[in-house]
Design a protein around this ligand. Sequence first.
Ligand SMILES: *[C@@H]1O[C@H](CO)[C@@H](O)[C@H](O)[C@H]1NC(C)=O
Ligand SMILES: *[C@@H]1O[C@H](CO)[C@@H](O)[C@H](O)[C@H]1NC(C)=O
Ligand SMILES: *[C@@H]1O[C@H](CO)[C@@H](O)[C@H](O)[C@H]1NC(C)=O
Length: 235
Amino acid sequence: MRFTIASVATVLIGAVAVLATPVPKYTGCSLSSVPFPKESFVDPNNSSNTLPYPAANEKLAKIVLGYGSQNYSCIDGTPTPNGAVATLYDLSCAFAVSPEWADVLTRGAVQMDPTAQLAGIQMLKNMFNAQFIAGVHYFKGDFATPAFEFTDKGKFIGGVAGKIPALSGADAGKRPDNFGAVPSLRLAPKQGMGSTYSTIYRLHTAGGSAPPAKCSWQGQRQIPYAAQYWVYKST
Ligand SMILES: *[C@@H]1O[C@H](CO)[C@@H](O)[C@H](O)[C@H]1NC(C)=O
Ligand SMILES: *[C@@H]1O[C@H](CO)[C@@H](O)[C@H](O)[C@H]1NC(C)=O
Ligand SMILES: *[C@@H]1O[C@H](CO)[C@@H](O)[C@H](O)[C@H]1NC(C)=O
């Protein structure tokens, strides 16, 4: 399936039509009936290797689609992670239709031309006056400290606290950078850095992996990726 602005717009508009509420909503839909994605917490090749579940006192606060690039430098012939940057989009109303719609959007995002994608989001924003952009994801200078800043002023600054391979059948990425989907992750906040959320999971990844071979490029290589970030808050 080819993903174009039109197909993604159709999905979003289809989503909206299904949500035949008195006032159609495009962002900020309730997450209370989103099913917990158990299969995303299990290593597809080793069922005893799992990501820890959210704690009983943690409540699902947001699901956003992250689209951007995983960056790599070539150090001594080895591709070495060098941060990442992504725009975060509100996925709550896609989930209000079904997790499958949300997955189509996540897979579709990584296949889109970045310029076309921004134009598409702008078009949807203008058509519906909906603010799909929910924040940004980037790394602090040490490349081991993922940070999230949300448009509602919420933030999260943390580190990796659990990792399993991507779901089986995950989208390998956008050609010619289709080197596989980055792992699923559990992120925990770093103390004293002002996080307003307690855990973030990176799930349903698409693309973003480094080229597998030894490298010889100069500077940085940016590999497109997309993922769902499930954001939990302690209550
Ligand atoms: C999981 O197993 C499949 C089939 O044996 C293999 O193709 C795939 O590379 C494995 N994935 C990981 C992450 O090891
Ligand atoms: C499967 O995962 C468990 C838990 O992480 C680990 O102890 C075990 O060695 C893994 N098995 C294989 C075959 O890798
Ligand atoms: C990663 O690449 C993006 C372009 O996709 C760039 O804007 C960003 O500054 C890079 N991040 C780092 C940490 O180098």
